[in-house]
Design a protein around this ligand. Structure first.
Ligand SMILES: Nc1nc2c(ncn2[C@@H]2O[C@@H]3COP(=O)(O)O[C@H]4[C@@H](O)[C@H](n5cnc6c(=O)[nH]c(N)nc65)O[C@@H]4COP(=O)(O)O[C@H]3[C@H]2O)c(=O)[nH]1
Length: 654
């Protein structure tokens, strides 16, 4: 870009340097010096002439010579004073000139725009300002300076530039093509070419603003999906609820949780997990109205705020779209992942003062319900969920207390060999002897213990206690359940080894029962733990076989010692041909893989006979013995040992 030369280089105002008076220029001093010398020599000449006239014989007396010498010395002195003065002034002048040049150069070199104006008309500007505006300096001269700023800011700029000592103000500098640059400016008065003017310094703050905006964005948006984060979500929720109250409308919060996300993360890695989250965020966005807020609250947890709702059915329709969108297979760089989503919905009540925390908690409870009722679905919040939540919290407190108080007991159920009907072993089953509620079954507290992680210390207690109690029972085998949560903790194999060492229990007598859920999570870590436990000499049984989706495929991943056929198949034996076919198939599969099979939940003689006929190796169920206390079991063992049990008539569970 061409720039007309700025006269800013010609004045020293910007550097606050005073102009020297015109009568002190170097030429003037040289003239004065010459005049002084001329006067001196003239004076000497005149003296010599007059003295010669007064003494016509030409005899120079001593007095005359002294006068002449005095005059010469005086002249040299005057000349020296003049010379010194001249050198000082010239030096000062030189410095002054270089200050001007420097000030001019500084004005040109600075990145800040500089504007000199008088009566709001631009007198001069530097190149930086011209660059900012996108014109030549010459095009700025004479223009009203307020024209450079956005319309609505002109009054403020004007006021600032009139007020001596005003602070920096922010404004938008209008640039070519209608663009505006955010700037900061401040003015001062100065003397410019003999008159009073204003100098305004204009600083481009767009980079600073962009940095501030980036920081603000990072504080409010999730960096992976670029969706609003929890902070912004709360802000929007507060606003939405306030608006809804004013307009007598409803707000819906939808809490969304991706089903099986953890498995994808664990099996395909975190990069695949991240891609899935991004894709899920896009699908979610596509299922919503433009006015809805979609936020990522953390991990695989998303939430939606739907405002201006006149009816809750809109939220249900939206939740349905979300569930459908997320159930479509994800393609993660060639790996297919099927996840799905569960949604919990809570609606605000415009007649009441809903607080955001409660509303979100309600949506969370509804989500929890959706997940526990099978996932891939949505549920609206209902008050009874709150009641259940309170009950769960109470149970959790009591559970922790029970551990400290030692309120747990082990019951043992016989495991019987098919055909000989001898007791081969026992399965340890935990019970909670509650001081007020009596004996509580594991289905009431084991899932909660798993969720809260309490199952880890509880599971260790079971292992230690069972090994100790079963130690004196001859060569009876002992089966102990291990939960998937225990496999998530490192050092499970150490806990098993410790329990064996402490009690002196023969590892060959111990069998741990695991369900396929342990292989749904970090499969490698779980297999590693299983291998280490097996290396101790302990046997591994796959429990509840047939209830999962991939029981069969997991049989290939690890050399299980036993398959326990789930009681749901045993229950229908003799009633449906299908149940018999399944049991037969599993038994044959076990045979071909060299794995023993055991049937759970045998309640009738007929079931036992069919299982024997089908080749099942072991049976377990109420028909052969209910879970019993240590005393009951020891009494039974004392009475009849592991002799063939007299098969009691069919009985039902208590
Ligand atoms: N309907 C019917 N049921 C029968 C019959 N025979 C046995 N059962 C019940 O079936 C369950 C067998 O245990 P499981 O499948 O490992 O299922 C266990 C196991 O998954 C879990 N559990 C029990 N004790 C422990 C433990 O110490 N640690 C862990 N992690 N889980 C345990 O709790 C579940 C339930 O235990 P229990 O209530 O003791 O229920 C036991 C047992 O009482 C029958 O003929 N008919």
């Amino acid at each position: 870009m061409q720039h007309a030369d700025s006269s800013i280089t010609q004045y020293s105002a910007a550097a606050n340097v005073r102009q020297p008076p015109p009568s002190t220029g170097p030429r003037f001093f040289y003239l004065q010096l010459a005049a002084a010398l001329l006067v001196t020599f003239g004076l000497i000449g005149w003296l010599l002439t007059t003295r010669t006239a007064a003494n016509p014989e030409g005899a120079a007396s001593l007095a005359i010579e002294l006068e002449v010498i005095g005059a010469v010395i005086a002249s040299v002195f005057v000349a020296a004073v003049w010379l010194n003065l001249a050198i000082t002034v010239i030096g000062w002048r030189r410095r002054t000139v270089s200050s001007e040049v420097r000030a001019g150069r500084l004005a040109e070199a600075t990145l800040e725009g500089i504007l000199i104006h008088n009566e709001r008309a631009i007198i001069d500007a530097n190149r930086a300002l011209a660059d900012m505006v996108g014109v030549d300096v010459s095009a700025l001269i004479g223009r009203p300076m307020l024209e450079l700023f956005a319309n609505e800011q002109r009054a403020a700029v004007d006021e600032m530039s009139r007020e001596q000592g005003a602070e920096f103000i922010e404004a938008s500098l209008l640039c070519g093509g209608g663009a505006a640059t955010p700037v900061e400016l401040r003015s001062r008065t100065l003397e410019f070419e003999g008159q009073l003017a204003m100098i305004t310094v204009i600083r481009d703050v767009s980079e600073r603003k962009r940095a501030a905006e980036r920081i603000r964005h990072l504080a409010h948006y999730d960096s992976l999906t670029d969706l609003p984060n929890r902070v912004l979500f709360w802000d929007r929720l507060h606003q939405a609820l306030a608006m809804a109250r004013r307009h007598n409308e409803q707000v819906a919060i939808l809490c969304i949780d991706l089903d099986h996300f953890k498995e994808v993360n664990d099996t395909l890695g975190h990069a695949a997990g991240d891609r899935l989250l991004k894709e899920a965020a896009q699908r979610l966005r596509g299922s919503l109205r433009d006015s809805d807020t979609l936020a990522r609250l953390g991990g695989d947890e998303f939430a939606v705020i739907m405002s201006n709702l006149r009816e809750g059915t809109l939220a249900a329709e939206c939740a349905k779209r979300i569930v459908e969108a997320l159930s479509v297979t994800f393609d993660l760089d060639g790996n297919e992942a099927v996840i799905g989503a569960s949604v919990g919905i809570a609606l605000s009540n415009p007649a009441e003062e809903d607080d955001p925390e409660t509303l979100l908690r309600c949506a969370d409870l509804a989500l929890y319900r959706a997940k526990t009722e099978g996932r891939g679905a949505f549920r609206f919040f209902a008050e009874e969920m709150n009641v259940r939540l309170q009950a769960r919290k109470l149970l959790e407190r009591q559970l922790r207390h029970a551990m400290i108080e030692g309120q747990f007991e082990l019951y043992y159920q016989p495991q019987v060999e098919a055909g000989s009907w001898r007791i081969l072993g026992v399965e340890a089953l935990i019970r909670w002897r509650h001081p007020e509620r009596g004996l509580i079954m594991p289905s009431e507290f084991v899932p909660l213990a798993e969720e809260t992680g309490l199952i880890v210390p509880l599971g260790e207690w079971v292992l230690r206690t069972a090994c100790k109690q079963a130690q004196p029972w001859g060569d009876l085998r002992l089966a102990v359940n291990l939960s998937a949560t225990q496999f998530r903790q490192p050092g499970l194999e150490d806990a098993v080894a410790r329990a064996l060492a402490e009690s002196g229990f023969d590892p060959q007598r111990l069998e741990v029962e695991v369900t396929e859920t342990i292989l749904l999570q970090d499969i490698e870590a779980s297999l590693d733990a299983l291998r280490k436990i097996k290396r101790l000499g302990v046997r591994i049984a796959m429990d509840d076989f047939g209830t999962g989706y991939s029981s069969l495929s997991y049989l290939r991943t690890f050399p299980f010692d036993k398959i326990k056929i789930d009681r749901s198949f045993v229950h229908d034996l003799g009633q449906t041909e299908e149940a018999s076919a399944i049991v037969r198939a599993v038994v044959q599969l076990g045979r071909s893989l060299g794995i023993r099979t055991s049937a759970e939940g045998v309640e009738t003689r007929t079931q036992a006979d069919i299982l024997l006929l089908d080749g099942c190796d072991e049976v377990q169920g109420y028909h052969f013995g209910l879970p019993m206390s240590v005393d009951e079991l020891e009494t039974m063992l004392l009475r009849s040992g592991t002799q063939p049990l007299s098969l009691p008539p069919s009985m039902t569970a208590a």
